[in-house]
Design a protein around this ligand. Sequence first.
Ligand SMILES: [Zn+2]
Length: 312
Amino acid sequence: MTFELTILGSSSAIPTSERYPTAQVLNLLERFFLIDCGEGTQIQLRRMKFSFDRIRHIFISHLHGDHFYGLPGFISTRNLLGITTDIHIYAPADLKKLLRPLLNYMKGDMGFQIVFHPLNHQNPELIYSDEKSEVHSFPLNHSIPCCGFLFREKRHPANLIREKIEQYRIPVSQLRPIKGGADFTTGTGEVIPHTGLTIPPPPTRSYAFCTDTAFYEPAADFIRGVDMLYHEATFLSEPENRASGTFHSTARQAAEMALKSHANKLILGHFSTRYKTTAPFLAEAQAIFGNTEIASDGARFTIPLQKNAGQN
Ligand SMILES: [Zn+2]
């Protein structure tokens, strides 16, 4: 029941000797979602031992180079490894135009398809869904069209209370509906509510990715109550606020977004290379939002599954 974020790259526009450009992997119940794909992503994936085959869904926030220049290398290596599973890329529509000539050139020996899904930059949209998870995109406020992403578990099934199942002699065929919220009617017509037969499921977990963007209040409504929020903090507020006018955020603004959205935890990243250390970013954010951490390449952040009373 893993829900774990791994930071592959946490620098802003320019890579440094310690930080690659933006890329992350979210392991959501063994789905390995790649979020942005800055240059060097494939090296970080290998370093952190992620299977290239397991990466089948890639989410690209916007088309500044530090967020997608890693795609050609990743795609090429995935092909050289003999992988044949298709990949889906959720990105601004222009990405297809940019990559297509390169893909056409490689096409002769490409062992898999690449399916492009254009993002909606006007409104939030459900862009991925399977039986256990879903992903939404939502607009941000950057110098070019840019989307954030919200990753969510779907509701877990409730846990059956075995004694009750035996007591009412409930047939096996009814167990799945009851776990999903259906009541049970006995042979004599008595309705047993599912709440009397099950222990409520653990709360679902969620993760929001917000980069690159100026402070953008509408996003707070969309990600309200998120368990973990990654928000860019390219600049500090002092001594000179360079965020305003560049469509980026300060550490203080990232913390304000965490506060306004009622996030449980904030992770700061996308630091400008003009700063030598991240300690002032942490201090600036924590003055507003205590549960803040700094992203560093290779760092992992887990959201544990909470258990309800009575579960084992
Ligand atoms: Zn950008």
